[in-house]
Design a binder for this molecule. Structure first.
Ligand SMILES: Nc1ncnc2c1ncn2[C@@H]1O[C@H](COP(=O)(O)OP(=O)(O)OP(=O)(O)O)[C@@H](O)[C@H]1O
Length: 311
């Protein structure tokens, strides 16, 4: 668990993070959003002490991080940034091995970990281990950057616009991969983004920053249903509210008994995608199946409309 209490950062007379308090649950994904210059990156960098707070405390699993040397903290916390920050003169394998090396892991353990991460991120070790960053595509560099951040098996991963430079298709794929990896390792992730679709796709909780203050910290659904301020309402986008609600949840949660015609939808499909599919195919309902293809029932337009309705 990460407990942030009354955290403030000032540069001279300017307060860039103002009295922020929040608790991040273990094994959850928290997404920080807000306008440019609202203090998101500063907040994130105070968690690994790349920026020292002016006042306030941060505890990770009960331990006050100001009592640890900064370098030691940063070896324990993964950090992935936009543009990946890879070392240009080190190979992919050497980049990923950076923190395990610093921690003094033995060679076979490092080699095994690098191979495991490359495979996890769908980069064939035989092809990619010895390449240099300039020999990779943008999407491959980004995956190596996240693999490097995860190399020493950190419980906490901080990500600052990690997918910002990716095209929409690779970006969606990277988000799906991240959620799978987060579940696999049980990592606690705090991610900064400008992209509200990304925030709603990834977040268990969303933290909204405005001019240094945390104006709302809530589940995506609460954010849509009960925005704390006009700023939050406008950030979500009034025309998007219904679709945002549908994007949070899956078809599995609105399945009802019965049968329907046409191609089935998987229970893990988002309700938003299900609505799109029903409208596109002109159906009132579609069959729903589980991972094995066994029938679970049906999803109807009516049920999706009820889900998308405001309070
Ligand atoms: N080292 C510094 N010295 C002075 N001011 C700083 C410093 N670092 C950041 N700031 C200021 O603090 C404010 C918050 O910056 P920060 O990078 O945290 O914002 P952000 O929400 O991440 O912005 P963006 O979305 O544009 O990346 C900005 O006004 C920035 O100019």
């Amino acid at each position: 668990m990460i407990e942030i209490e009354c955290l403030t950062k000032r540069y001279d007379q300017t307060t860039v993070v103002a009295d922020v308090s929040m608790v991040v649950e273990p094994r959850s994904v928290t997404v920080v959003v807000g306008t440019s210059g609202s203090g998101k990156t500063t907040l994130l960098r105070m968690i690994n002490r790349l920026v020292e707070p002016t006042s306030g405390t941060i505890r990770i699993d009960g331990e006050d991080i100001s009592t640890l040397p900064g370098f030691e903290l940063r070896r324990r916390i993964g950090y992935a940034i936009q543009g990946h920050g890879l070392f240009p003169h080190r190979t992919v394998a050497q980049n990923i091995a950076t923190v395990p090396d610093l921690l003094g892991w033995d060679k076979p353990r490092i080699t095994a970990r690098v191979a495991q991460l490359l495979e996890l991120f769908q980069l064939d070790p035989a092809t990619f281990s010895d390449r240099f960053p300039h020999e990779l595509s943008g999407g491959q560099k980004q995956r190596v950057g996240v693999a490097r951040a995860l190399a020493a098996e950190p419980n906490v991963l901080l990500m600052d616009e990690p997918f910002g430079a990716l095209d929409p298709i690779i970006r969606t794929k990277a988000q799906i991969d991240l959620l799978e990896i987060q579940k696999l390792f049980g990592t606690t992730i705090i991610l900064v983004t400008h992209d509200m679709d990304e925030a709603f796709h990834l977040a268990d909780r969303i933290a909204v920053m405005d001019a240094g203050a945390l104006v709302q910290y809530a589940t995506p659904s609460d954010l849509v249903r009960q925005p704390a301020t006009d700023f939050v309402r406008s950030l979500i986008g009034e025309n998007e509210r219904a679709f945002r609600l549908l994007s949070i949840d899956t078809v599995g949660h609105v399945v009802e008994p019965g049968t329907a015609q046409g191609a089935p939808l998987s229970a893990t499909t988002s309700q938003r995608d299900a609505l799109s599919e029903l409208l596109w195919s002109g159906r009132q309902a579609a069959p729903v199946v589980d991972d094995d293809g066994s029938s679970l029932g049906k999803v109807t337009l009516e049920a999706l409309s009820r889900r998308a309705a405001g309070p």
